[in-house]
Design a binder for this molecule. Structure first.
Ligand SMILES: [Zn+2]
Length: 121
């Protein structure tokens, strides 16, 4: 992906991350009681204790989203942004425009969601 496109997505992601972190602040005040089994899994994946503590305070939806946004920003740094984690093909820029933190191409996204549904019942 071209550098100016990467910078464009990075800007979007940083903005999204900022919004979510603001939500974290609110959740920290009002949103106690979200603890569940997914936190352990999340904690294992979070790269820093800084991230882990923020994620811990988030509601499920926001927490998951923030994790995805943070992962996408890491991928920009690593140079792997815009590549499907499942099949290794480039993710369509149109898809990234709508979902800059997308981890999978559209085909794999469907497959992954199907697998998640099977796993969680
Ligand atoms: Zn794919």
């Amino acid at each position: 992906m071209k550098k100016d496109r990467l910078a464009h997505f990075k800007k979007h992601l940083l903005e999204k991350q900022r919004q979510l972190l603001e939500e974290v602040g609110k959740s920290a005040l009002y949103g106690k009681g979200h603890e569940d089994d997914s936190i352990k899994d999340l904690g294992d994946q979070a790269s820093t204790s800084y991230t882990r503590e923020f994620l811990f305070e988030l509601g499920n939806g926001d927490r998951r989203l923030l994790k995805e946004v943070t992962t996408a920003l890491q991928k920009i740094e690593e140079g792997s942004f815009g590549t499907c984690e499942r099949c290794g093909e480039p993710i369509a820029e149109k898809r990234l425009e709508a979902l800059p933190f997308a981890r999978y191409c559209i085909g794999c996204q469907r497959a992954v969601e199907e697998e998640e549904r099977m796993a969680t019942g």
